[in-house]
Ligand binder design. Structure first.
Ligand code: ASP
Length: 334
């Protein structure tokens, strides 16, 4: 029998209403709402963060707590399910994908849009299907899924390819530029050709993340002063520049971006569009490449941010960071 560890970090799935608003509650209450879990054909164990949170409060320390739980228990379990709020789940999934190198076991984040205590909850199916997916093995009995994923509303996604796009649909996540890893209906259809496997088997954990990064979302009419002030933030190491369309930016801010790059700040170009990629089609996009802005191709903002946090936290040189940003480290970029 497979041994799976469920890690409860908070989020709607385990919340209850207090004074009219939803607040995180405890794992015992959550599990009591799914009595059928005792019949699930695997050994299921649970652990909870001391203080479960609404995932809007997630930060680097919170990711490290999750990583610590998984690393302490890594050898003793066949897979890990992380119950997590959906609001920042794509960020946590992306961060964990960089924190774990050479993962050989499934780490599946899931949660729900309605608390598990409500009769119409989506949490029950999300949790049970995640457990089933985590238990899948290959012919050699090793885990079939060996990466950080998100499972939501019948779909298994590569975690660092997802983004939350709906605040109310059960179908809340979307993987704009990478196909599904599995689709769950009456049958579980795993798209084996899309799964990622590590080149080596010895897991490595990277907990040093830098927060000296900012996301600068462009908009028509953005003032030069705003851009200047952002590029002059003390200690700033990296800027995720959320550009228009295929990676385009207004010409009147180029001088400040160039000064920032000359001062050693790395600027990573990510499109604001929900789908598609940064490519030099237009002069206003090529301008950015010409001053040394790094193309983020089809990476999501969530993955771009956490990838920069990882690279700046781990003593790579600026030249190495520029190169690695454009390469796939955990399947996050095409
Ligand atoms: N605010 C909640 C959270 O992210 C939303 C959810 O779980 O769906 O913790």
């Amino acid at each position: 029998m497979q041994k799976i560890l469920i890690i409860y970090t908070g989020g709607t799935i385990g919340m209850i209403k207090q004074n009219g608003v939803l607040v995180p509650f405890n794992i015992e209450n959550l599990l009591s709402k799914i009595p059928l879990l005792s019949e699930f054909p695997a050994e299921i164990f649970t652990v909870s963060l001391d203080k479960p949170i609404d995932s809007s409060n997630a930060n680097i320390d919170f990711w490290i707590k999750i990583v610590d739980i998984i690393s302490i228990n890594y050898e003793n379990y066949d897979g890990f399910i992380i119950l997590h709020g959906s609001d920042t789940m794509a960020y946590t999934a992306s961060a964990l994908s960089f924190m774990f190198a050479n993962l050989t076991k499934p780490v599946i984040l899931t949660g729900s849009q309605l608390p598990i205590g409500l009769i119409r909850t989506d949490g029950r199916e999300n949790l049970i299907a995640s457990l089933e997916l985590a238990c899948k093995t290959k012919n050699d009995e090793k885990a079939l899924i060996q990466e950080v994923c998100i499972y939501f509303e019948s779909k298994l996604f590569r975690g660092n390819r997802t983004t939350k796009y709906s605040a109310e649909k059960f179908d809340a996540f979307f993987s704009p530029n990478f196909p599904l890893l599995a689709k769950v209906g009456t049958k579980i259809d795993i798209k084996v050709e899309n799964l990622l496997y590590p080149e080596k088997e010895n897991i490595k954990i990277h907990k040093n993340f830098s927060s000296d990064i900012v996301i600068l979302k462009l908009f028509p009419g953005i003032s030069r002063n705003t851009v200047k002030a952002i590029t002059e933030i003390p200690e700033l190491k990296g800027i995720i520049l959320e550009t228009f369309g295929a990676g385009n930016a207004p010409e009147d801010i180029l001088d400040f971006l160039k000064i920032a790059i000359d001062n050693g700040i790395i600027i990573f170009n990510v499109t604001q569009c929900m789908n598609g990629k940064v490519e030099n089609i237009y002069a206003v996009g090529e301008n950015l490449a010409n001053i040394g802005v790094v193309s983020g191709k089809d990476i999501t903002t969530e993955a771009a941010l956490t990838k920069m946090m990882y690279l700046f936290g781990n003593n790579f040189s600026n030249n190495e960071i520029k190169k690695l940003l454009q390469q796939s480290l955990r399947g996050e970029i095409s």
